[in-house]
Design a protein around this ligand. Structure first.
Ligand SMILES: O=C(O)C(=O)C[C@@H](O)[C@H](O)[C@H](O)COP(=O)(O)O
Ligand SMILES: [Zn+2]
Length: 385
């Protein structure tokens, strides 16, 4: 069991769920900790996929007297106001109090949703994150970003609300479907580009072992990413400046994610590719660095370009005339819509799009003066024919 902690974040990395109570006791300064003395009720929020694999084992190790479960449908659609309201009603029904705790067991969707419920129920009750996907273990369960989507706008409703504890069982990664694991690797690669160039070499050299989910490699990458994240979050908890680097690939990525129905990690990788291309055009980096990004993306089978499913896309428009557009026009509408989503990004202010671009090996910078035409050009270049 490994503890990564500072004034803002409390993270424990483990290899099973057996030490959950011990991990929690560290942060409550108690010995022989009994969860029933601290919390009157526990609500576990999870999704159907995770529930079948993980929840029983965890519940057994928690040994709580009053434990409830709320299981949502897997997938991004659960991060919405309707599901939020349903869970809030459930919290009221079971009498969750200010001395209760919500435990989020699952991937990014469950963590963001449960975190937001905890931060708003009775003006805030404790939340513990138990991330089970790679993406959640290395990123979304740490640092206190919570949120839900509103229509096509990702995480536009939310709060900064730190979990009491993020308890990571690396062994849970063994049972993930391969596409989900790979998608999480995009966030792992992100850390190497924003903070630790040597880590990029590690990922390239160990790609096979990582893909085979070698125990040591998994532990190493989760620890490395979690350590970077807690360091950045401690310095800038509310994303006034430095924390924006964790959003590398996300400004472009959120647009693609929403319009093309792809996973968060895949969209982030495409978004990072766009940011690299723009940095090249702006002569901020050399081609060799970009080639290395392409190499690592290929090794992990991560996408660099997006394909649009125009049928899905047009379902959201009332105006029938869109459906009669020529292919070129269709594409232009889609590309402009990605730009519109980028304009609603939370990093922006004073009408300027803030982009996180690579500027040196393992270093990125926030740049806010790129003309829209250049951004559109990059989006166009990354659209598969
Ligand atoms: O923790 C952060 O800060 C991040 O930006 C991490 C991102 O990987 C994560 O996807 C985050 O939820 C995106 O946040 P948003 O502020 O762009 O909605
Ligand atoms: Zn992300």
């Amino acid at each position: 069991m490994e503890k990564i902690t500072n004034s803002v974040c409390n993270v424990v990395i483990d290899k099973s769920y057996r030490n959950f109570n011990e991990a929690l006791s560290i942060f409550h300064n108690k010995i022989n900790y009994n969860i029933n003395d601290i919390y009157d009720e526990i609500l576990i929020i999870s999704d159907q996929n995770v529930y079948n694999n993980v929840v029983d084992e965890l519940v057994e190790s928690i040994k709580a007297k009053f434990i409830y479960e709320y299981i949502v449908m897997p997938g991004e659609n659960s991060k919405c106001l309707d599901v939020y309201e349903q869970i809030m009603n459930y919290c009221v029904k079971i009498n969750l109090s200010r001395k209760s705790v919500i435990i989020a067991v699952g991937g990014g969707v469950v963590g963001d949703l449960a975190g937001y419920i905890a931060s708003t129920y009775m003006r805030g009750i404790d939340v513990i994150q138990v991330p089970t996907s790679l993406l959640a273990q290395v990123d979304s369960s740490i640092g206190g970003k919570t949120g839900i989507n509103l229509g096509k706008v990702k995480n536009i409703i939310g709060s900064f609300y730190q979990p009491k504890l993020t308890y990571i069982n690396v062994d849970a990664l063994k049972s993930l479907p391969q596409n989900e694991f790979i998608s999480g690797m995009a966030e792992v690669i992100k850390y190497s580009i924003i903070y630790d160039y040597e880590f990029l070499d590690y990922l390239i050299e160990n790609s096979e072992a990582i893909l085979n989910r070698d125990n040591e490699c998994l532990y190493y990458i989760v620890k490395k990413c979690a350590s970077i994240k807690v360091e950045v979050v401690e310095k800038d908890e509310k994303e006034g400046g430095l924390r924006k680097i964790l959003n590398f690939g996300h400004t472009f990525g959120h647009g693609v994610e929403k319009l093309c129905n792809i996973s968060h990690g895949d969209a982030v990788n495409i978004g990072m590719n766009m940011a690299f291309k723009l940095a090249l055009d702006e002569k901020l980096i050399l081609n060799d660095y970009y080639e290395k990004f392409i190499k690592v993306s290929n090794l992990f089978n991560l996408p660099l370009n997006f394909k649009s499913d125009t049928n899905d896309y047009y379902e959201d428009f009332d105006n029938d005339s869109f459906k009669e557009c020529s292919l070129d026009k269709d594409e232009d509408i889609l590309i402009n819509e990605i730009l519109n989503i980028m304009k609603s990004d939370k990093k922006n202010s004073f009408g300027k799009i803030n982009l996180v671009l690579p500027v040196k090996l393992g270093e990125v910078k926030i740049i806010d003066n790129i003309e829209e035409e250049k951004i559109l050009h990059i989006i166009r270049k990354c659209k598969n024919a």
